[in-house]
Ligand binder design. Structure first.
Ligand SMILES: [Zn+2]
Length: 452
């Protein structure tokens, strides 16, 4: 009898310790997934994805799946699992009275599979930082927000809430205050910033090890900005200027953006090629914002009143759309073809830029004042535009969730569904690598391990 008891006790201990060794406790288990590997433009069938907390604990083929003790599981039945999308250029803005309306739009991003946004400056930094924290703590549904905080501009800023820069002291104070806000990068704007202060901001951020991107005063030289350490450039105007032999003589005339028609007319492919090589070598991130370019260039003729997302936008934000509509009508009656020309040329530059190795960022520029460029949907619009400009679906997706994290040096945490990476996962019914339009088959979104 005694021997038997010992035998059973021993067996029991062996079984328990085996269990402890083999059965990992996890939070969420996805079964029979087809993993979309954007980087290598391929899919991996019959995979499991084990999630623990905010991150991916392990992935592997179903037939090698160990036993897990999982709180929740979901059989994907072959559906596609892909890293969440990044919108690398959005805005939260419009003053105190629009804080709530901006906040209301946060949940629209994950509805379109966007799990991270890069906020390119506004006038509600404290609110944005508060949302950022709440989203991390899962008290608020929205994408993770990387933010620049307020923009730096000249003495008469184009946008409310910007920090005015007139001299070196202003620059140091501004960067001190941005550092104390713990922003993720610095955004420059060119409402009234002069070229000396523009260059000085780049040098100062470089010295402090802060990332800097944004607009450039049209009086400045793009190549000089790059040589001083500019980390990125928003929109295509400035690389266009850097690719025209007329740039210097037009600068002397002090035309501002008035020079853009001539710049596009004199665009030189060889100059552009040299510039792209340099941008690739120096790892300068270019955010083309093609989609908003298209929307704004058609603004005078397009009727947006029955847009499906318009009723999701608060009345206060809808009101901010009027300004651009008016200026589009003005531009049309004056015969300006600036936007159309910039749009057409921008589209033709994408393929050569990508081939030269320039890290391109998909960004929508969605936000108040940017008429009818809706949160979420507009990033799809940007990805569709990038494929229309000649990128493959995988290449276009790369500009969203691979180069996005790379801008912040965070590629080890995002961009693929692998062990140790953040569990921002979107589930699609159809393969997005076959056709970028398959983003429309989005079914579910997992934000930092949590199904939404
Ligand atoms: Zn913007």
């Amino acid at each position: 009898m005694k021997t038997f008891t010992h035998y059973y006790l021993l067996l029991f201990i062996v079984v328990v310790s085996c269990n402890q060794k083999d059965t990992q406790k996890i939070d969420f288990l996805l079964l029979n997934a087809t993993i979309v590997d954007v980087k290598n433009d391929m899919t991996l069938e019959n995979q499991y994805i084990a999630i623990k907390g905010d991150s991916i604990f392990e992935t592997g083929p179903m037939d090698e799946k160990p036993e897990f003790d999982s709180k929740e599981s979901m059989d994907l039945q072959g559906k596609y699992a892909m890293p969440g999308l990044w919108d690398n250029h959005v805005h939260f803005r419009g003053g105190e009275e629009l804080i709530a309306e901006n906040k209301d739009l946060l949940s629209l991003f994950p509805r379109f599979g966007i799990t991270t946004v890069r906020d390119a400056g506004g006038d509600m930094a404290p609110a944005v930082l508060e949302w950022q924290e709440k989203i991390v703590n899962k008290e608020l549904v929205g994408p993770y927000i990387f933010t620049s905080g307020p923009k730096l501009d000249g003495p008469n800023p184009a946008w409310a809430g910007s920090i005015k820069i007139e001299n070196m002291q202003d620059i140091n104070n501004a960067l001190d205050s941005l550092a104390s806000l713990d922003v993720d990068y610095v955004k420059i704007y060119d409402g009234s910033l002069n070229e000396e202060n523009f260059y000085a901001i780049i040098e100062a951020t470089e010295k402090r090890g802060m990332k800097v991107t944004g607009h450039m005063p049209m009086s400045a030289d793009f190549k000089k900005a790059v040589s001083l350490g500019m980390d990125g450039s928003e929109h295509m105007y400035y690389i266009m200027k850097g690719s025209s032999p007329k740039a210097d003589s037009l600068t002397k005339l002090g035309l501002g953006y008035g020079m853009m028609e001539t710049i596009t007319d004199t665009y030189d492919e060889e100059m552009a090629k040299e510039l792209f090589t340099e941008l690739a070598q120096k790892e300068v991130y270019i955010t083309p914002t093609l989609y908003i370019g298209k929307v704004l260039s058609q603004l005078a003729d397009e009727d947006h009143s029955s847009d499906s997302l318009l009723n999701q936008i608060g009345v206060g934000i809808q009101k901010t759309y009027e300004g651009r509509v008016k200026s589009a009508i003005r531009a049309k009656s004056s015969g300006s073809q600036m936007r159309e020309k910039v749009s057409t040329l921008a589209k033709s530059m994408i393929r050569p830029m990508f081939d030269a190795g320039v890290p391109i960022l998909a960004g929508s520029d969605g936000g108040p004042y940017n008429s009818f460029v809706y949160p979420g949907e507009s990033l799809w619009g940007e990805l569709f535009s990038l494929t229309e400009a000649g990128l493959s679906p995988a290449e276009a997706l790369k500009t969203s969730m691979i180069y996005g994290p790379a801008f912040f040096g965070m590629e080890s945490q995002f961009g693929s569904l692998e062990k140790g990476k953040v569990a921002d996962i979107i589930i699609l019914n159809e393969n997005p690598l076959e056709d970028i339009q398959h983003l429309r088959s989005l079914e579910q979104v997992i934000l930092k391990g949590k199904l939404n």
